[in-house]
Design a protein around this ligand. Structure first.
Ligand code: GDP
Ligand code: MG
Length: 163
Protein backbone atom coordinates (compact mmCIF):
# COMPACT_ATOMS: atom_id res chain seq x y z
CA UNK A 1 0.00 0.00 0.00
CA UNK A 2 1.31 3.41 -0.86
CA UNK A 3 0.77 6.75 0.84
CA UNK A 4 0.63 10.46 0.13
CA UNK A 5 3.15 12.83 1.70
CA UNK A 6 2.47 16.58 1.70
CA UNK A 7 5.39 18.95 2.12
CA UNK A 8 4.07 21.99 3.99
CA UNK A 9 5.59 25.08 5.54
CA UNK A 10 6.06 28.77 4.93
CA UNK A 11 7.65 30.11 1.72
CA UNK A 12 11.37 29.76 1.11
CA UNK A 13 12.15 26.94 3.55
CA UNK A 14 13.03 24.54 0.70
CA UNK A 15 9.81 22.60 0.02
CA UNK A 16 10.13 22.62 -3.76
CA UNK A 17 13.80 21.69 -3.57
CA UNK A 18 12.88 18.55 -1.63
CA UNK A 19 9.92 17.86 -3.92
CA UNK A 20 12.18 18.04 -6.98
CA UNK A 21 14.72 15.77 -5.35
CA UNK A 22 12.08 13.14 -4.48
CA UNK A 23 10.34 13.29 -7.84
CA UNK A 24 13.26 13.91 -10.20
CA UNK A 25 12.24 13.70 -13.82
CA UNK A 26 9.13 11.72 -13.06
CA UNK A 27 7.14 14.93 -12.69
CA UNK A 28 6.95 14.99 -16.49
CA UNK A 29 4.56 12.03 -16.31
CA UNK A 30 2.29 13.81 -13.88
CA UNK A 31 2.33 17.01 -15.91
CA UNK A 32 0.39 15.26 -18.67
CA UNK A 33 -2.46 14.84 -16.21
CA UNK A 34 -2.04 17.95 -14.16
CA UNK A 35 -2.17 17.54 -10.40
CA UNK A 36 -4.90 19.02 -8.33
CA UNK A 37 -4.31 22.67 -9.20
CA UNK A 38 -1.38 24.83 -10.21
CA UNK A 39 -0.91 25.65 -6.56
CA UNK A 40 -0.55 22.04 -5.45
CA UNK A 41 1.97 20.06 -7.45
CA UNK A 42 1.73 16.31 -7.26
CA UNK A 43 4.47 13.89 -8.23
CA UNK A 44 5.52 10.25 -8.05
CA UNK A 45 8.27 10.08 -5.44
CA UNK A 46 10.99 7.52 -4.96
CA UNK A 47 13.11 7.22 -1.83
CA UNK A 48 15.12 4.02 -1.35
CA UNK A 49 12.65 1.20 -1.94
CA UNK A 50 9.63 3.39 -1.14
CA UNK A 51 7.28 4.68 -3.81
CA UNK A 52 4.71 7.26 -2.81
CA UNK A 53 2.83 10.35 -3.93
CA UNK A 54 4.26 13.68 -2.87
CA UNK A 55 2.44 17.02 -2.83
CA UNK A 56 4.23 20.37 -2.93
CA UNK A 57 2.32 23.41 -1.75
CA UNK A 58 3.58 25.62 -4.55
CA UNK A 59 2.05 29.01 -5.26
CA UNK A 60 2.97 30.38 -1.84
CA UNK A 61 5.99 32.18 -3.24
CA UNK A 62 4.41 35.62 -3.34
CA UNK A 63 3.04 35.42 0.20
CA UNK A 64 5.20 37.47 2.54
CA UNK A 65 6.53 35.89 5.65
CA UNK A 66 4.80 38.16 8.13
CA UNK A 67 1.28 37.84 6.79
CA UNK A 68 -0.35 34.46 6.76
CA UNK A 69 -2.96 35.09 4.12
CA UNK A 70 -6.17 33.13 3.89
CA UNK A 71 -5.10 31.67 0.59
CA UNK A 72 -1.95 30.22 2.11
CA UNK A 73 -3.97 28.71 4.93
CA UNK A 74 -6.57 27.21 2.60
CA UNK A 75 -3.91 25.78 0.31
CA UNK A 76 -2.08 24.20 3.23
CA UNK A 77 -5.30 22.81 4.68
CA UNK A 78 -6.14 21.23 1.34
CA UNK A 79 -2.73 19.58 1.10
CA UNK A 80 -2.99 18.37 4.69
CA UNK A 81 -6.42 16.83 4.05
CA UNK A 82 -5.14 14.98 0.97
CA UNK A 83 -2.11 13.58 2.78
CA UNK A 84 -1.56 10.56 4.99
CA UNK A 85 1.65 12.12 6.30
CA UNK A 86 2.73 15.77 6.44
CA UNK A 87 6.33 16.78 6.27
CA UNK A 88 6.39 20.12 8.08
CA UNK A 89 9.47 21.96 6.86
CA UNK A 90 11.16 24.75 8.78
CA UNK A 91 14.41 26.59 8.12
CA UNK A 92 17.14 25.44 10.49
CA UNK A 93 19.15 28.58 9.75
CA UNK A 94 16.52 31.17 10.62
CA UNK A 95 14.94 29.21 13.45
CA UNK A 96 11.24 29.13 14.29
CA UNK A 97 9.19 32.15 13.23
CA UNK A 98 5.64 33.23 14.18
CA UNK A 99 4.50 32.03 10.75
CA UNK A 100 5.94 28.59 11.51
CA UNK A 101 3.84 28.60 14.69
CA UNK A 102 0.68 29.22 12.66
CA UNK A 103 1.52 26.28 10.42
CA UNK A 104 2.20 24.15 13.48
CA UNK A 105 -1.26 24.98 14.78
CA UNK A 106 -2.93 23.99 11.48
CA UNK A 107 -1.04 20.69 11.54
CA UNK A 108 -1.82 19.97 15.18
CA UNK A 109 -5.53 20.36 14.52
CA UNK A 110 -5.71 18.69 11.14
CA UNK A 111 -2.87 16.36 10.16
CA UNK A 112 -3.05 12.60 10.58
CA UNK A 113 0.70 12.33 11.04
CA UNK A 114 3.44 14.98 11.16
CA UNK A 115 7.18 14.76 10.58
CA UNK A 116 9.08 17.95 11.41
CA UNK A 117 12.06 18.60 9.15
CA UNK A 118 14.61 21.33 9.83
CA UNK A 119 16.01 22.04 6.38
CA UNK A 120 19.19 23.86 5.31
CA UNK A 121 20.97 21.93 8.05
CA UNK A 122 24.07 21.06 6.03
CA UNK A 123 27.29 21.49 7.89
CA UNK A 124 26.83 22.81 11.41
CA UNK A 125 24.88 25.91 10.45
CA UNK A 126 21.51 24.45 11.34
CA UNK A 127 22.18 22.93 14.76
CA UNK A 128 20.48 25.63 16.83
CA UNK A 129 17.50 25.91 14.51
CA UNK A 130 17.03 22.16 14.52
CA UNK A 131 17.00 22.18 18.33
CA UNK A 132 14.55 25.07 18.34
CA UNK A 133 12.20 23.01 16.18
CA UNK A 134 11.61 20.74 19.21
CA UNK A 135 9.65 23.59 20.73
CA UNK A 136 6.94 23.14 18.11
CA UNK A 137 5.84 20.13 20.11
CA UNK A 138 5.37 17.99 17.03
CA UNK A 139 8.06 15.44 17.72
CA UNK A 140 11.74 15.06 17.08
CA UNK A 141 12.89 17.17 14.12
CA UNK A 142 14.78 15.54 11.31
CA UNK A 143 17.80 17.48 10.07
CA UNK A 144 17.70 17.78 6.30
CA UNK A 145 19.53 19.47 3.51
CA UNK A 146 17.23 19.24 0.53
CA UNK A 147 19.75 21.07 -1.61
CA UNK A 148 22.67 18.79 -0.77
CA UNK A 149 20.66 15.59 -0.37
CA UNK A 150 21.57 15.12 3.29
CA UNK A 151 19.26 13.50 5.82
CA UNK A 152 17.29 11.58 3.21
CA UNK A 153 18.34 8.27 4.77
CA UNK A 154 16.84 9.45 8.06
CA UNK A 155 13.66 10.51 6.28
CA UNK A 156 13.44 7.06 4.71
CA UNK A 157 13.83 5.51 8.18
CA UNK A 158 10.97 7.56 9.57
CA UNK A 159 8.70 6.90 6.59
CA UNK A 160 9.27 3.15 6.34
CA UNK A 161 7.18 2.03 9.31
CA UNK A 162 4.39 4.39 8.21
CA UNK A 163 4.22 3.10 4.63
P1 GDP B 1 9.93 26.80 -1.00
O1 GDP B 1 9.45 28.20 -1.19
O2 GDP B 1 9.66 26.33 0.38
O3 GDP B 1 9.43 25.86 -2.06
O4 GDP B 1 11.53 26.86 -1.10
P2 GDP B 1 12.50 26.54 -2.35
O5 GDP B 1 12.64 25.06 -2.56
O6 GDP B 1 12.05 27.34 -3.51
O7 GDP B 1 13.90 27.06 -1.78
C1 GDP B 1 14.05 28.38 -1.31
C2 GDP B 1 15.53 28.74 -1.28
O8 GDP B 1 16.22 27.94 -0.32
C3 GDP B 1 16.23 28.47 -2.61
O9 GDP B 1 17.16 29.51 -2.85
C4 GDP B 1 16.95 27.14 -2.38
O10 GDP B 1 18.09 27.02 -3.19
C5 GDP B 1 17.31 27.25 -0.92
N1 GDP B 1 17.45 25.92 -0.28
C6 GDP B 1 16.63 24.86 -0.39
N2 GDP B 1 17.10 23.80 0.31
C7 GDP B 1 18.25 24.21 0.87
C8 GDP B 1 19.22 23.56 1.72
O11 GDP B 1 19.13 22.40 2.08
N3 GDP B 1 20.27 24.33 2.14
C9 GDP B 1 20.42 25.63 1.75
N4 GDP B 1 21.49 26.28 2.21
N5 GDP B 1 19.55 26.26 0.95
C10 GDP B 1 18.48 25.57 0.51
MG1 MG C 1 8.07 26.21 -3.61
Amino acid sequence: MSFTLAIVGRPNVGKSTLFNRLVGKRLALVDDQPGVTRDLREGAARLGDLRFTVIDTAGLEEVTDDSLQGRMRRLTERAVDMADICLFMVDARTGITPTDQVFAEILRRRAKHVIVAANKAEGRAGEDGALEAYSLGLGEPLRLSAEHGEGLGDLLHVLMPLA
